[in-house]
Design a protein around this ligand. Structure first.
Ligand code: ATP
Ligand code: MG
Length: 581
């Protein structure tokens, strides 16, 4: 199954492959003709009475010529196989990377990123060997084996029958090895991938690791996986050194004994038999050499198959990002959002949203407030279609969410996530997000709108200031402002804001508030607020509690109601007053 699927990757390279095999055959033939010429030389010319120089020079020249041809073809053959292997791996990596981009966020909730990286890099690398060496070794040596078996039959039919016992035995041995080594290799690859996962986790969380003095614990845990990896490799080595060469050697000695016994019984029959015996032993040696060659490659074959299995598992992953399902290709015009009886669960067990219904009229701002874990960000996740809707209906301008093409949805719905993620590049790249249609003026305008321009100007590189991975060199307030600018540069019709819980200084907070106010103008906005002060002017406030909307109304209405909102408000006011005192 896996092998066949792997071989399918060769189809686009069939011409190059045929060429490579052609080189391989000729090179092998040339290699084998050489000794033949020597034989002719020894038998026919190495006798003192005949010593003509012309044929000798001819023989020597052809031997040298053949050898040169063999060398060149060897090179061409290896080069072609390598090129094909590289192209196949390149394609495989593109396929995997492409696939990963379209996987649903639910998939990334369950798989560690380090182990994913391992599949894209290490596992594909292990497959390379299959196309570089394994395949050619198998084919070349199979041809040699067939040749030797034919020669055996020509020599002595009865003796040649040995090969009928021998070859199935060898085949059985190969199967046994493959069966036994599969599990071991699986552990080898899995522990390697686990090590990658741990490494990437600890690097990403290095700040936390050091702050909590977890260096030793992380190192110990890593050691443990590393040890498992070593043990699996040791096991694998034992298997290799037991089953591959030695098993074949024992088999070859056993065969030799059988042949000698056979001849021993009929000793003295005739002198011809001694010649046959000699030839037979010689042929046996020639039979076992390619067998050994094949056996040695078995372990690479096995590695490649296990790795390919892991790569294909990823390629077959069903947890796709929800995408367009229905007919039609609606555009977002006004930006009217409705949620109708939406119930949602991440794990299929506990509902984190229960029967959520609300409407955001075009141009309105609706705010979501509630304690941590009450389901606010989940509402955003559904609206952005990061997760598939399970129950109920979400519409924009009356069109169900499923009918929108992802591109349209995500172009018109601008999200400012709770923890903004910046990419490697410059500030300008981060605001522009690869959209070349955005001119420098638009980028600058967006930065000004959200008042990010003042801090950008102070950077040595200005708009061209480099941004490192995750924007680690910027403060969380600055990251937030850049995320605003990024969203506004696309001028979306609908705005989804997930306010950061991180505390920023009062000046930045005022800036962010002012920015938010400007951004909301003329746009349908769904805003998650932690500081209730930011959303007092919202048209509608929804109070979430454990996945349910427990209160709804304007700021004033909710205050007079004296419910949960009132309590939260007082609490925040109280905190402020305490600080003020
Ligand atoms: P906060 O104010 O802290 O941002 P929130 O209201 O945004 O909280 P959500 O992020 O919507 O809360 O989470 C709601 C519930 O869903 C929580 O109980 C959380 O544990 C759970 N949850 C959130 N994200 C996931 C996820 N990716 N997989 C599984 N459960 C999740
Ligand atoms: Mg949240």
């Amino acid at each position: 199954m896996i092998t066949r699927r792997l071989l399918r990757y060769l189809i686009p390279h069939r011409k190059a492959l045929i060429g490579a095999f052609f080189f391989l055959f000729i090179a092998t033939a040339a290699e084998m003709t050489g000794p033949l010429l020597i034989k002719v030389f020894i038998d026919d010319y190495l006798v003192p009475e005949r010593f003509p120089s012309t044929p000798l020079i001819f023989l020597g020249a052809s031997y040298l010529g053949l050898h040169l041809i063999a060398v060149v073809l060897q090179y061409l053959q290896q080069y072609s196989f390598y090129r094909i292997a590289l192209a196949v791996i390149q394609q495989l990596r593109m396929d995997v990377f492409g696939k990963v981009q379209y996987l649903g966020l639910a998939f990334f909730d369950r798989v560690a990123d380090g182990s994913l990286v391992s599949r894209i890099t290490n596992d594909t690398e292990a497959i390379k060997e299959l196309f570089v060496n394994v395949m050619s070794t198998f084919i070349k040596n199979s041809v040699l084996i067939i040749g030797v078996v034919i020669a055996m039959f020509l020599l002595d039919t009865k003796l040649a029958m040995i090969s009928f016992i021998l070859l199935p035995l060898l085949f059985g041995l190969m199967q046994a090895y493959r069966f036994l080594s599969f599990k071991v290799y699986r552990v080898v690859r899995e522990t390697l991938s686990e090590m990658n996962a741990r490494l990437s986790e600890s690097i990403q969380g290095m700040g936390v690791v050091q702050a909590w003095r977890q260096e030793k614990r992380f190192a110990d845990e890593f050691d443990e996986v590393n040890e498992q990896h070593v043990q699996a490799n040791v096991k694998n080595m034992k298997l290799n050194s037991l089953l591959l060469r030695p098993a074949v050697d024992i088999l070859s000695i056993a065969t030799l004994i059988v042949i000698l016994t056979y001849f021993g019984i009929g000793v003295g029959d005739s002198a011809v038999q001694i010649g046959v015996l000699y030839a037979m032993i010689n042929l046996l040696g020639r039979l076992f050499e390619p067998v050994n060659q094949i056996m040695m490659q078995l372990s690479f074959l096995q590695q490649a198959i296990v790795s390919a299995g892991r790569v294909f598992e990823l390629l077959d992953e069903k947890e796709l990002a929800p995408s367009k399902e229905g007919e039609g290709n609606p555009e977002i015009q006004e930006g009217r959002i409705t949620f109708e009886h939406v119930t949602f669960s991440y794990d299929g067990k506990t509902n984190v949203l229960k029967d959520i219904s609300f409407v955001v009229e075009p141009g309105q701002t609706v705010a979501l407030v509630g304690h941590t874990g009450s389901g606010k960000s989940t509402i955003n996740n559904l609206l952005m279609r990061f997760y598939s809707l399970q129950q109920g209906r979400i519409t924009i301008d009356g069109n169900p969410l499923e009918t929108f093409v992802d591109q349209e949805l995500r172009k018109q719905v601008g999200l400012v996530p709770q923890d903004p993620f910046l990419f490697v590049g410059t500030i300008r790249d981060n605001i522009r997000q690869g959209n070349d249609a955005l001119t420098d003026e638009v980028v600058q305008g967006a930065a000004e709108l959200v008042q990010a321009d003042s801090f950008i100007e102070k950077l040595p590189g200005g708009m061209n200031e480099p941004v490192v991975e995750r924007g680690a060199t910027f403060s969380s307030g600055q990251r937030q402002l850049l995320a605003f600018a990024r969203t506004m540069a696309q001028s979306p019709k609908i705005l989804i804001l997930d306010e950061a819980t991180a505390h920023v200084d009062t000046e930045t907070e005022e800036k962010i508030q002012e920015a938010l106010y400007r951004m909301r103008q003329g746009r349908t906005t769904l805003a998650i607020a932690h500081r209730l002060s930011t959303i007092q002017d919202a048209d509608l406030i929804l109070v979430l509690h454990q996945g349910e909307i427990v209160e709804r109304g304007t700021h004033q209405e909710l205050l007079t109601r004296q419910g949960l909102y009132h309590k939260m408000y007082l609490l925040q006011q109280g905190l402020k007053e305490e600080v003020n005192v």
